[in-house]
Write a protein that binds this ligand. Structure first.
Ligand code: ATP
Ligand code: MG
Length: 478
């Protein structure tokens, strides 16, 4: 039950409240108890003192000068006030009519004034034993010590029925307990409502999150109506859903683009095949059809291969096989692979590196990176154009710059060339066999190596692409 925040808050609050109210209740109860008993005791003490002044002793004769004024409250048998005058040894000298046959309890041998609660005829009664030594009383100063030693001092016992006062204290404690219970009930309901209200926004957030599904990724938690403490939580949920939605949309777009790209060569294969099969044809026609089919199949194979590379790079399980690599060597290797294409277009490639730079990275991935970039520099170059590749080190980064004298990219397209399947000039790309995946693969590879790519271009002048690979301790400058 205590697994909910609401229950925990209420339980904690109720325990604290109960302890506080109980402590207050106990304090109030004992305070009243003390006040009532102090007032009873001081009344009894005054009465005992008053009676003491009315008792005189001469030559072992005890005289009581009790007037009716004093005695009226003790004389009635129904009265609830009592007194009994005894010697120190317990011998009774006088007692009130209200006591009838009863006696006030007495214990000889004590000479200290004391109070106690007793039961007289079953009724709770407060009793004072007021000790009056012989020497304290008027007219007997000369006999003092002798009489006292013989036990001739007086004990004035005054008592009073306190049932009504005890009833008062009991009623008070009942009212107090009921008040505590009442306050607890009111507070429990109050804290339940407060906790419920305070937790409503969390419930709303959670309901919104429940509603957000694959088909409804665009819904967001409304931050306006949410209390300031939860705004941060709502904002971070919204941010998470923003990036989820973006990723999901990109993924959907990617799948749609991929199918679209594959459809073109597939329809070429199907239509060429169907046309060839429709009737008997000569060898030349079959050869043409087969050439178109092989071309389309090659295109498909390239797309599928690139898609596989992207899928491989994007999985969590993809691990780079890290080793020390000479960046110059990798660039030379890429140029060697692309040399036939460059020669075909009469494009000169020049590589310059002041030193040898060794980088800790994945050989296959870095070869793919530079091959793609140099391939673009050749494909989008003008005939007899030039490509300059320079490798240098600036601060922590090994910078590899590939500069071409090609057609360039307009400013509006520059931001998008890293998007999957994005091609500036679709017709031209197609003519070159471009799929539009090369740069996004490059970007992925560089990011996996903790680096970045920058692109600068001017239409008609050429393009500069620089790859920054972070050196740090993994980079050694040979
Ligand atoms: N050096 C460059 N000069 C001019 N345009 C370029 C250059 N590099 C890239 N582009 C433009 O950016 C687009 C995206 O390049 P990317 O390498 O991603 O795809 P692609 O070359 O068309 O196909 P792929 O590399 O997948 O075979 C290209 O289609 C081209 O329009
Ligand atoms: Mg390319």
């Amino acid at each position: 039950m205590l697994s909910s925040i609401k229950a925990r808050v209420i339980a904690f609050y109720m325990v604290v409240l109960f302890l506080t109210l109980s402590a207050l209740g106990v304090f109030l109860y004992f305070s009243l108890h003390k006040i009532v008993y102090n007032s009873i005791d001081s009344g009894l003490l005054s009465r005992a003192k008053a009676l003491a002044t009315l008792v005189t002793e001469n030559d072992n004769e005890t005289e009581f000068k009790f007037s009716d004024d004093v005695m009226w409250e003790y004389n009635s048998p129904k009265s609830k006030s009592f007194f009994q005058i005894r010697r120190f040894d317990g011998t009774t000298l006088e007692k009130s009519a209200s006591l009838r046959d009863s006696e006030l309890p007495f214990q000889a041998g004590k000479d200290q004034t004391s109070f106690k609660t007793i039961f007289l005829n079953g009724e709770p009664t407060r009793l004072i034993n007021f000790y009056v030594p012989e020497d304290n009383r008027h007219g007997n100063k000369e006999k003092t010590s002798a009489v006292k030693n013989k036990g001739h001092g007086l004990v004035i016992q005054c008592a009073e029925d306190i049932e009504d006062r005890i009833d008062l204290i009991q009623s008070y404690s009942i009212v107090l307990s009921l008040s505590i219970v009442f306050i607890m009930i009111i507070s429990a309901s109050g804290s339940f409502l407060i906790a419920k209200k305070a937790l409503t926004p969390i419930k709303e957030i959670s309901e919104t999150i429940d509603r957000i599904s694959e088909s409804n990724l665009s819904e967001r938690v409304t931050e306006k109506s949410i209390p300031s403490e939860l705004k941060g939580l709502a904002a971070s949920f919204n941010r998470t859903f923003d990036s989820l939605e973006n990723a999901f949309n990109r993924q959907k777009q990617f799948a749609a683009d991929a199918s679209h790209e594959l459809r073109t060569p597939l329809s070429v294969i199907i239509s060429q095949g169907e046309i060839a099969l429709r009737k008997e044809r000569n060898a030349g026609d079959y050869k043409d059809a087969l050439t178109a089919i092989v071309e389309a199949a090659r295109m498909m194979s390239e797309i599928v291969q690139k898609l596989l590379t992207i899928a491989r790079l994007g999985t969590d399980k993809f691990e780079l096989k890290m080793e020390d690599i000479n960046i110059g060597d990798i660039v030379h290797e890429s140029v060697k692979l692309l040399r036939p294409l460059a020669e075909q277009r009469d494009i000169a490639i020049n590589i310059s590196a002041a030193e040898t730079f060794t980088f800790h990275g994945d050989h296959a991935a870095l070869l793919e990176l530079f091959t793609n970039l140099i391939d673009n520099a050749i494909k989008y170059n003008i005939p007899q154009g030039k490509i300059d590749i320079s490798i240098r080190k600036e601060r922590d980064f090994i910078e590899t710059e590939i500069r071409d004298t090609g057609i360039g990219i307009s400013e509006g397209d520059l931001d998008r060339v890293f998007d999957r399947f994005y091609r500036v000039d679709k017709a031209r790309s197609k003519e070159n066999g471009g799929v539009g995946l090369g740069l996004s693969i490059c970007n992925e590879i560089v990011m996996l190596h903790g680096g970045r790519i920058e692109i600068k271009s001017k239409v008609g002048e050429g393009t500069n692409i620089t790859v920054y690979l972070k050196g740090n301790k993994d980079v050694t400058q040979a």
